[in-house]
Design a protein. Structure first.
Length: 373
């Protein structure tokens, strides 16, 4: 296990349910647009985006956009609406980006939408620009939750194509977009592509490599998070049989899947990496005794929980465990398992509200505020 487990007694926390009157079936993320409005958009896997009311006791959540009539889902465990990202200049251009699956043929799509030019409070339902369409051989490992980085480019995490054991060896395939972190410029075009490829992407001009690739060797990243204060890109990558991992994504980095899982050789794949292969170790990994499916993850910068300020918070969907990580570049990560009050949880995401405070999303349809006892 990489990183250090702190022996210091950690404070205890409670999860207090909020927005209990709002039906939040399979929540994916809460996203706040960069327009000073402090609006909070709740993304639901089934295809709806709700605008949350300011009053957390209110049940009046307005439907911002409803895609539930699209043919997105065959198996609702991992397919559906999986991400929302607002353009850094959303206040001016009204653009935002959705990542979702579609069927027949099965694929993952990144699309650009925009607000109405005649009514800034509504979506222009006639405008939709397809940026990416990634064929999916299987129903699972679609990944999701694209985010804009401090450079203004969009970072898109993708899964390895699904099933188990990376059967098509896509994660290490540099002709494929699966099992990668992609980096694209939504404001330009490169050749016939509907988006631009930044010139400083690591594989631009390299034979046999898709230039959109920023990093590779991932299995099913859920989720990625840019901590703007430290200029660090965190990635929680869901494992298969051996371990769950937290990675720091570096330009051109290879994280090893499916030659290995975590820092160990992947036992179910009988192949060896090239002799010159260099893999980046996770900053933290944990085995099956602690969890089954890691869920990222944000660095908390709020005011209500001083003991967690500056920590990267993440959890496990299978066991309901929560952790707080203190990370500084070139130093071992220090991890505390958080003591949470009564209840069973399936954390699917850790999000910031409009004031920078923590909201934990539970796959069972609950939204929680974390409070220190």
């Amino acid at each position: 296990m990489l990183g250090a487990i702190s022996s210091q007694a950690a404070p205890r926390y409670d999860l207090v349910r909020i927005y209990s009157k709002i039906k939040a079936t399979k929540p994916i993320s809460i996203v706040v647009p960069p327009d000073d409005s402090k609006r909070q958009f709740l993304v639901l896997q089934g295809g709806q985006i709700l605008l949350l009311p300011e009053d957390r006791d209110s049940g009046n959540a307005k439907v911002f956009l409803d895609l539930s009539d699209k043919n997105m889902i065959e198996k609702d465990f991992e397919e559906g609406l999986l991400g929302l990202a607002f353009h850094p200049k959303f206040k001016k251009n009204g653009k935002f980006y959705l990542y979702h699956t579609l069927q027949n043929p099965k694929r993952s799509c990144l699309v650009e939408r925009r607000m109405s030019k005649t009514d800034a409070g509504k979506v222009d339902l006639k405008y939709e620009r397809l940026l990416l369409s990634i064929p999916q051989p299987f129903w699972n490992h679609n990944s999701g939750n694209p985010v804009f980085g401090p450079d203004g480019y969009l970072y898109v995490p993708t899964g390895d194509g699904g099933k188990a054991n990376d059967p098509l060896d896509l994660s290490q395939n540099t002709f494929a977009l699966h099992g990668k972190i992609l980096r694209i410029d939504v404001d330009s075009n490169t050749g016939a592509l509907p988006y631009g490829v930044p010139k400083d992407n690591p594989f631009v001009g390299k034979e046999g490599h898709r230039p959109e690739i920023w990093a590779l060797g991932l299995r099913n990243p859920w989720c990625i998070h840019w901590d703007m204060s430290s200029n660090t890109l965190f990635c929680a990558d869901v494992g298969q049989n051996q371990s769950e991992e937290i990675n720091i994504i570096e330009k051109g980095g290879n994280y090893g899947w499916s030659f290995r899982e975590g820092t160990g050789k992947f036992a179910l794949k009988h192949r060896n990496p090239p002799a010159n292969a260099k893999f980046i170790d996770p900053i933290y990994e944990y085995e099956r005794t602690l969890g089954l499916s890691v869920s990222g993850g944000i660095v908390y910068h709020g005011k209500k929980i001083p003991s967690l300020r500056g920590r990267y918070l993440f959890g496990d969907w299978g066991t309901g465990n929560f952790w707080a990580m203190k990370y500084k570049k070139d130093q071992p990560a220090v991890v505390n398992k958080l003591e949470i009050g009564k209840g069973t949880f399936k954390p699917v995401n850790f999000c910031s509200d409009a004031n920078g405070e923590l909201i934990v999303l539970d796959w069972k349809g609950f939204l929680f505020e974390m409070q220190e006892r």
